[in-house]
Design a protein around this ligand. Structure first.
Ligand code: ADP
Length: 492
């Protein structure tokens, strides 16, 4: 048999701060995990470099193998910093963990304190030094978010005349809200980067602060974001988080590629965590079993006829929770249940706890981060809310569709690109959408969903099946990333 043509081969080093299942606080962790696996299937040699955080579960720590270590200078303190490389391989992907207890022994990857400055200066520099140490010279260095945003600057300064300096750099922005803005003197000191990058078109934010992401954008060969709509939204003042002008200046190198999800992990037909597995054929029947199991386990009234609306989210201002708060009293009735899974700002946690108490038996506030419960909510709920203020891509609406939960989303960023609004005349679409950030519009969208659910179940069920059929895998997007790599690194 002939091998399928996988196209040209390239090598890519992914550098970022999270990668599921080792460490994840949000979508970045999912992408750093799933995209390399899909690229490996497309003839891309991938290496993923992340910090060896202490919070990485013991079962992975045990499987890591020591690949070597060396000392590195970081700034002008004259100190030598230890860089250990621990390696782990799976599914055609090599994971290298940068080991240094001084920086990575905190329980949480981020402290939001000035400690994050030396930590991520060290990480960016150590990742490149590790590639040289391992003699692994990639065609492309693909770095992610502000924690790795100094990589393109190091590449074109201290590492310019080394092997890794030949690589092209790509910076992916998973969330423009987080930029790594800290005291400029401290960043200048710790990074050891040359003075000339500390100017207003590169690293400088204002007279007090420097901005790591801003510098990374200036120095990388290509900037990508995780959806097309977000790629242009961030060039507007409304969504630009103070960098709109900088991004417009660099707009010829900006590209949007939408995220997918890992369809092995998120597969209702094989998901061991569910009360009942299901595919498109058994979904309508078996989702009811999952709904009852969910209601039971969360202490809700057990009734398969109620419409269960889920919300799985970090509880922060970004996620549109003010709108949710506004509409809850209006949407709660004896036929409707709401399940919230999330942690974050205490203001939102308390609001949802209040509603749980007020609507006993029909409202659940599960204030925690819990993957198992997440799987069961995706499977057991009828609809999932994602009314974000802004959303670079959003994964929960993709997982929801795969699990046959109809998304109700605001038309922004990746939500707009992935959820096609329901059209009652043609019986097309995947969910319910609204445009402006207004409670009244979310309220309308939820009511349109409820009306279809209670008054035209056949059309609702058709949409559930359409959602499950939708391609939300990484396959298409991984090809786009590959095309980009190949376009950036032409070979004979
Ligand atoms: P963000 O990266 O802004 O947090 P995304 O929608 O891109 O948002 O990714 C969120 C990911 O985190 C999804 O995989 C979602 O299932 C998961 N998630 C969010 N909150 C929780 C929680 N409380 N428990 C379990 N999983 C969660």
């Amino acid at each position: 048999t002939r091998q399928p043509d996988l196209g040209p081969r390239r090598s890519v080093a992914f550098i970022g701060s999270e990668c599921y299942p080792f460490v994840k606080t949000g979508g970045l962790g999912d992408v750093m995990s799933a995209l390399p696996k899909s690229l490996a299937k497309l003839n891309i040699d991938v290496k993923v470099i992340i910090p060896r955080y202490k919070c990485i579960p013991q079962k992975f720590q045990e499987k890591m193998e020591y690949r070597g270590s060396f000392d590195m200078n970081l700034c002008s303190d004259g100190k030598q910093y230890y860089v250990g490389i621990m390696e782990y391989q799976e599914d055609g992907v090599v994971y290298d963990f940068i080991d240094n207890d001084e920086f990575f022994s905190w329980g949480n990857p981020y402290t939001n304190l000035i400690d994050d400055i030396p930590k991520f200066c060290y990480f960016a520099k150590a990742a490149l030094a590790a590639l040289n140490y391992l003699n692994w010279t990639p065609d492309v260095v693909h770095c992610h978010d502000w924690q790795a945003a100094l990589v393109p600057l190091y590449l074109r300064t201290c590492f310019q005349d080394t092997d890794v300096g030949r690589a092209i750099s790509v910076l992916t922005i998973h969330n423009l809200k987080f930029q790594g803005i800290y005291d400029r003197k401290k960043i200048q000191y710790w990074s050891g980067l040359p003075d000339y990058v500390f100017n207003k078109d590169c690293m400088i934010q204002n007279w007090l602060d420097a901005n790591m992401l801003k510098g990374g954008i200036a120095y990388s060969n290509k900037v990508t974001t995780v959806s097309n709509t977000y790629a242009w939204e961030i060039q507007t003042e409304e969504y630009g988080e103070g960098l709109a002008e900088h991004l417009r200046y660099h707009n010829n190198k900006i590209l949007g590629i939408v995220n997918g999800i890992d369809t092995d992990i998120w597969n209702p037909a094989t998901d061991k965590l569910l009360a009942a597995d299901y595919d498109e054929k058994s979904a309508i029947k078996n989702k009811k079993i999952n709904k009852k199991a969910l209601q039971e386990s969360l202490g809700l009234d057990v009734d398969e006829h109620k419409m269960v609306i889920g919300l799985i989210s970090r509880l922060t201002n970004q996620k549109g929770l003010d709108l949710v708060n506004d509409v809850i009293p209006g949407i709660m009735d004896e036929h409707t249940q709401v399940v919230v899974l999330g942690t974050g700002d205490s203001q939102y946690e308390n609001t949802f706890r209040y509603y749980e108490n007020k609507y006993k038996g029909n409202f659940c506030a599960y204030i925690a981060y819990n993957e198992n419960v997440a799987h069961n909510i995706y499977a057991g709920c009828d609809a999932l809310l994602v009314p974000s203020r802004f959303e670079p891509c959003g994964l929960t609406q993709l997982i929801a569709m795969r699990y046959g939960a109809v998304p109700i989303v605001r038309e922004t960023g990746g939500l707009k690109d992935t959820v096609q609004p329901y059209n009652m005349f043609e019986n097309t679409g995947n969910g319910f959408t609204f445009d402006r950030y207004e409670s009244g519009l979310l309220y309308d969208a939820i009511n349109r969903a409820k009306t279809l659910y209670f008054e035209n179940r056949k059309s609702w069920d058709d949409m559930v099946i359409r959602d499950m059929d939708k391609d939300v895998s990484w396959e298409k997007s991984a090809k786009q990333y590959k095309d980009m790599y190949v376009g950036l690194t032409p070979r004979d």
